[in-house]
Every structure is written in structure tokens, then in C-alpha cells.
Design a protein around this ligand. Sequence first.
Ligand SMILES: Cc1ncc(COP(=O)(O)O)c(C=O)c1O
Length: 386
Amino acid sequence: MAKNWKTKLIHSDAKIPEGFRSLNVGVQRASTVLFPDAASVKDTWDQYETGYTYGLYGTPTVLELAARICELEGGFRTLVTPGGQGAITLINFAFLKAGDHVLLPESVYTPSRKFAAQVLKRFGVEPEFYPPDAGAAIGQRFRPNTRLVWCESPGSITMEVQDVPAIAQAAHRAGALVALDNTWSAGVYFDAFAHGVDISMQALTKYVGGHSDLLLGSITVRDEQAWRRLGSTHQLVGCAASPDDCSLALRGMKTLAVRLKAIAEAGLTLARWLAERAEIERVLHPALPSCPGHEFWKRDFTGSAGLFSFVFQPRFSKEQVQRFVDRLGLFKIGYSWAGVTSLAVAYDFHATQGRPAYGHRLVRLNIGLEDVEDLKADLEQALGKM
Ligand SMILES: Cc1ncc(COP(=O)(O)O)c(C=O)c1O
């Protein structure tokens, strides 16, 4: 059929060579997915079962990333979300209903805490915050309607490592599910499923992305039942991950092992160096005995990441701590972490927030890929100017 040029813009007959092969996963962007005939049309979210149906449930680029995360974490299946916080909220939507009780550690990522305290509460779910060091003692907090227990290990900013197996045992005895924010371990230094977790999420924004240029999350589940619940909720919540971002994350995965190794070594070197400084009261690095729950890190983790905090001696004022951060040159000031650039943020934590009373004296560092001696020199000159 002869076509008008305007039709050719949409239905082209142009030919290119076939047989292209490269080392990279292609970027497949799509909302519409084509069916071979009218009878084949269906709107099923589980594309593992039926083949591709709609871009919302993932193009091959998105599913490739999901499958590779699942392979690393050793789960049943993984779903990719537009961000880490999106993964947290989707887990809550999928596994909770009005009238349920949910447990979260006091050390949980603040937006996760706020989602529970504000949004879940509005939907009739009751959140309760427990001390991150609860371990088996969490058993006392279960009620007949406790449906889900969150863990985050180590906790955000204050870095408490949790006894996840003890919490999981208590949860399963009470018939509750365990969800873990496994971002710090990059999904590789802590085997969530071997330690009793049912749902493991990561902010892929962090170590998997690794370059501070994307936002993605992942949810990996232990079994098919959880997969059905999650997938059917994801379909209706409608939060699709961008194939472009997934392609960047797939590139990030290729260098994850070498980045983690370099970052872990530099992080430990700097944490140990800071622990010797007279200005510092305490270093909160899971691999050091001064970190709460260090014994669980030693027992359960196979490595450490480059994110840790430290607490200045009580004699330092808030202004002095902020001046320290401002005087850093290589360490930049900003949220998020796990990129190649070192970062520093000062926090003000009081016991009223359910956190240890470090007050204004806490600084969190993200260690990047700069030379470790240069980073040490930067910290040293800034300490000298306090
Ligand atoms: C431990 C942890 N979980 C989840 C998130 C949320 O990830 P995202 O920024 O991709 O929404 C963050 C972000 O800082 C985080 O630190």
C-alpha cells in the first residue's frame, strides 16, 4: 500500500541492519505494548505469567533490573519502584489494612516514620515505634492485629544495628510479616531472607545507582503469596519506574562490587581515625564496637558500607559543629548518599524524637571514591578550624 509521508512518520518501512549485539541492556520505553491479535489482549500485571501487557508493569529494561536485584538478594521476585520511599509506601499499602497494627523501629528513615504516623494513621492503621535494640523483647509488643514489623539495620543516621533474626522469630510466632530496609548493605552484605525477613526493600538510588543521578527502589519478596499481594497492589497504585533510570541502575550494578570495596575500606580507615581524635566522643560505624548493635553486624553482615556517623564531645556548640561541616572542602553538604562524592550533614537529635540524645553533636558522613588521604586531610583541617 502506497503511504503518504505523514503516515510513514508513524508506520515506516525503513530498513536497518539486523543482528546488533552489545554488552548493554537496551533502553525500552513504552506505555503501549502490542498484542498479536484481538483475542490475546489482556490486562494482567504478572508479565512473568502472561508475557508483556502494559508499560506500567515494566518493559524489558525494568524487568532486567528487577531480575538482577532478585538474583543478588536471593528472593522469589523483585518489583522496581520510582524511588526508595515509593518502595516503602507500596509495601505498607500492599500488606496493611484498616484496623492493623504495625511496628517500626525508632531509628527508621524519617519519611518512613512520617508516612506511618500521618498517612497510615489516616487510613486506620495504628503504628507503634519500638527501640531498635528490642531484639526478642519485641515479642511483648505484638497484638492479635499486628500484621507487619519493619526493621532498618543499621538505622538511619544513628546507625543502630538490629537483631533481625530475633525480631523475625518473634514476628513469625505472632503471625506477622517482617519487612526490612536493606539499603545500607546494598542487598549484598546482609542476606535478608537467610535471616528471616519476608520483604526486603532497597533505595536503589544509593549504592546500586551509585552516582547521585537517579531515584529508584526495589522490593524483593520471599514467596509467591507476597508477590501476588505486592504486584496486584502495584498495578492499582500505578507507580511505574522509568526505563531510563533502570538502564542507569543496570550500569551501576556492573561496578557495584569495586565501588563497595573501595568505599568500605576508606570508610573504615576514616572511622578508625576519627575514633582516635580528642574532639570525637563516639563513632557510629557498624564495624566498630562503639556502634550500638556492633555484635549483630559482626554476626550477620559480610561487609560494611561507607555511610556512618560520629558524635562530637559535649563541649562543642551547634555553631562549632556547623562550622566544621562548612569548612570541609571535599565533603559536600547534601541529602542522599552512596554516590562517588563524599558528603557531610549535621543533625540535631534529641531524646524526645525517640532517638539517643546526641543533641546537635552528630554528623553523618558518606564516603565517596576520593583518595582516602585527601579526605583525612580535609577532615583534619576542618577539625582544626572549629
Ligand atoms: C535508609 C533509606 N531508605 C530509603 C530511602 C529513600 O530512598 P529515595 O531517596 O530513593 O526515596 C533513603 C533515602 O535517603 C534512605 O536513606
